[in-house]
Design a protein around this ligand. Structure first.
Ligand code: ADP
Ligand code: MG
Length: 378
């Protein structure tokens, strides 16, 4: 298991930060960013930028690649990590870094500490890293968003995870306490427990089975389905209580495939108990029996996600099994067209880089101020 390379957090200069931020902005509509354009957006002399880019390449925060039409730079995972971790450190949510405690399907998990020395859990979302090509091809075929990048997908994933975790935590669900997020990083309470995968003995098996099924029903009555309710995403504490984690793929009970998702979660628990403990029960929840008591799904949907974002992420998480249905129902263009390489766009990016730099120099202590800078539609 790798360690998070945080030494770069210390030695990078203000200019390095400017350059990285400029590439991040340009990545919204450039797979590769030409050096000259980076210089303009970073508002630095192009000769100087070249030297900076060379150093950043050496430290593997950016990479230089050859494209079909032109060559250019792109942010690496490490470069993007740096930007997020710097923001989280500046606003005091992270004080020091610990070690990697897990590798999920689409994430890396680390321990970190806050200023009081309290241990927390840091989740770095890593979407579309391996199947970027697939996603892009799919889009090209359908003639839709052509620049679905891992930066975008990872950021949406983390933002959704935080939004769901907060809505669940506020309602008293057994989930980690959400602490903060930025870009593709989420900071949450570190749970003292083990994933179900590592648990082979349970004192009261009926109780755990009931707790899990009741959890699925309680979620359903709030209008949501976890969507990946498996033994890796259920942590069990020393008191034998289940804690649910991993939320970016959650869906509304109003989703057209909701029944299928719900049954998959329920059957997952049934199969797991049968396989692991030889436990079978005829008592399990049915989708038809859900009674809506709350609109958690709507609350999260209202926190700023567009339909487009939802669809991109669902494609990524739930895959091709849903492709046809999704494409059928959502052909509406929400007007989010790709911006052109015009002066206006460049000026806009320039301004955003200035804002990021100013914000990073203020060393924001005030979280509500910081939250504004997390604007997911930025
Ligand atoms: P992925 O989306 O990649 O599956 P998860 O959120 O499921 O990522 O996390 C992967 C693993 O990291 C989990 O199976 C668990 O072992 C560990 N983990 C995640 N969040 C926490 C947490 N808050 N406290 C303790 N361990 C955690
Ligand atoms: Mg998981």
């Amino acid at each position: 298991m790798g360690k998070l390379n945080v030494t770069v957090l210390r030695y990078l200069s203000k200019e390095d930060f400017r350059v990285l931020t400029a590439i991040e902005m340009l990545s919204k509509n450039h797979e590769l960013c030409p050096g000259s354009m980076v210089a303009v957006v970073a508002n630095l002399k192009s000769g100087g930028v070249h030297k900076l880019l060379k150093e950043l390449c050496k430290h593997k925060l950016v990479s230089y690649e050859r494209g079909a039409k032109y060559d250019g730079f792109r942010l690496t995972n490490t470069g993007y990590d740096y930007l997020a971790l710097k923001a989280l450190t500046l606003r005091g949510s992270i004080y020091s870094f610990g070690t990697q405690i897990g590798v999920g399907k689409e994430s890396n998990i680390y321990t970190v500490s806050d200023e009081e020395g309290k241990q927390l859990c840091l989740k770095l979302h890593r979407l579309g890293r391996t199947c970027f090509r697939n996603v892009r091809n799919k889009r090209d075929y359908h003639g839709k968003r052509k620049k679905t990048s891992w930066l975008y997908l990872s950021r949406i994933s983390a933002t959704r995870e935080f939004a769901y975790m907060k809505a669940l935590y506020d309602r008293g669900f057994p989930v980690p306490k959400p602490i903060d997020f930025n870009r593709h990083c989420v900071i949450m309470e570190l749970i003292n427990g083990y994933p179900m995968t590592q648990i082979n003995e349970v004192i009261d098996i009926d109780q755990l089975y009931d707790d899990l099924m009741n959890l699925i029903v309680r979620l359903g009555n709030c209008g949501v389905i976890h969507g990946d309710f498996n033994e890796f995403n259920i942590l069990v504490t020393d008191e034998a209580k289940p804690i649910l984690i991993d939320f970016p793929q959650m869906v509304s009970t109003s989703h057209e495939n909701a029944k299928m998702f719900f049954e998959r979660d329920v059957n997952g628990v049934r199969d797991l108990f049968k396989k692991k403990f030889g436990y079978e029960s005829e008592d399990y929840p049915k989708f038809e029996d859900l009674e809506r008591e709350d609109d958690l799904d709507i609350e999260v949907a209202c926190s700023g996600f567009t339909k487009e974002m939802e669809k991109d992420l669902m494609d990524e998480y739930h895959g091709s099994e849903l492709d046809d249905e999704i494409d059928d129902v959502s052909n509406s263009d929400d007007g989010e067209n790709e911006p052109e390489d015009d002066e206006e766009m460049i000026n806009q990016y320039k301004k955003q880089v200035e804002n990021e730099v100013k914000y990073s120099e203020q060393s924001v202590k005030n979280k509500s101020e910081a939250d504004k800078n997390n604007g997911i539609l930025k």
